[in-house]
Design a protein around this ligand. Structure first.
Ligand code: ADP
Ligand code: MG
Length: 324
């Protein structure tokens, strides 16, 4: 039988380079030397031109269509009960990137540390009104608590240390898990995306965030013990979905603080990808000092270093989130 197909028994002349398209490679920071050209030379193929290293382009993730009207908001909780995994950084950076795509974005700082505010150059301890007032005083209007930021289309619902008292007060309330959802309801039509930065615990505040959300993003450090505690987190999400909020879904796991130069980082990433499959975002956030630098400057990475690999990565994440 004659066939035009490739005979698997013959070595193909059109050699495709092995493992060139590892998901993290397009995001490598400009300062990391790339082995560009070599694999293509080997293949003798007119392969795709190298993308600009500073602004990674992922053609597979489309640019979002511009919006002609706004709302109702899609609410997304940024959750991991481990601290220091990049929740706050991802909330601010993703929010700013989504705003850059013309989305109206509200960031909800749901951690008494008030780090979202600090990352946007706002001192949370000088505020008269915060989420605390909203959750505990029935005559407090959300519009009076929301602050605009220096980034166009990016607003903030701030919190500070008072929020830890709110958690204690909420425990005795009827419908205590729905307090944040109730508080957000009036402004849902005004925003396209609401991102909730959770505190590092699976307590009542985080359950409130999950109850108010349609989606969850789990930032996960590509470090030892990254997967430790994930079963408990998954269990909490499942319980909230079955008992309180049937709409809740995991949008994706976001690998953060990735160092493409270390075998260790690559091994952890591959373990995370094996454990979560397609749930892991294609976007991987590299470890770079630009993130703490941006936080100190009180600016999102997209404003502080707009052409950096880090800013490009969060723009790509924004496109992925909008396409999921
Ligand atoms: P979490 O909110 O989960 O506690 P943060 O976002 O506050 O984590 O990040 C913890 C620390 O790590 C902060 O100092 C932050 O600036 C820094 N950081 C976050 N993401 C990165 C990154 N990709 N590379 C380097 N440092 C980072
Ligand atoms: Mg945080």
């Amino acid at each position: 039988m004659e066939s035009e197909g490739i005979d698997p028994g013959l070595p193909s002349l059109d050699v495709t380079p092995p493992v060139v398209a590892a998901p993290w490679e397009p995001l490598a920071d400009a300062d990391i030397p790339a082995e560009d050209g070599f694999a293509d030379e080997l293949a003798g193929a007119p392969a795709a031109p190298e993308p600009e290293p500073a602004i990674p382009v992922q053609p597979s993730i489309p640019e979002p269509a511009p919006l002609t009207s706004h709302g109702p908001a899609r609410v997304i909780a940024m959750v991991n009960q481990k601290g220091g995994v990049g929740k706050t950084t991802s909330t601010v950076s993703l929010g700013a990137a989504l705003a850059g795509y013309g989305r109206r974005v509200l960031l909800v700082d749901f951690d008494p540390q008030g780090a979202v505010a600090v990352s946007l150059g706002i001192n949370p301890n000088e505020l008269d009104l915060t989420i605390y007032n909203l959750l505990t005083e029935s005559d407090c209007h959300i519009g009076d608590v929301i602050l605009s930021t220096d980034v166009e289309d990016l607003d903030l619902l701030p919190s500070n240390i008072d929020l830890s008292a709110a958690e204690v007060q909420l425990v005795s309330e009827v419908g205590r898990e729905h307090s944040l959802a109730r508080a957000l309801a009036p402004i849902m039509p005004e925003y396209d995306v609401i991102l909730i930065d959770c505190q590092p615990s699976l307590g009542l505040l985080t359950v409130n965030a999950l109850t108010a959300s349609q989606g969850v993003i789990i930032p996960m450090e590509t470090e030892y013990f990254a997967l430790r505690g994930v079963a408990l987190l998954k269990d909490t999400i499942d319980k909230v979905a079955s008992r309180l909020n049937p709409d809740l879904q995991i949008i994706g796991v976001l690998p953060t603080m990735f160092d493409p130069r270390t075998l260790h980082s690559r091994e952890v990433l591959s373990t995370v990808q094996q454990a979560f499959g397609d749930t892991v975002f294609q976007t991987v956030i590299n470890r770079t000092v630009k993130f703490p630098d941006a936080a100190v400057a009180g600016e999102p990475i997209t404003a502080f270093a707009p052409v950096s690999g880090g800013a490009g990565a969060y723009r790509q994440l924004a496109r992925e989130v909008l396409s999921r």
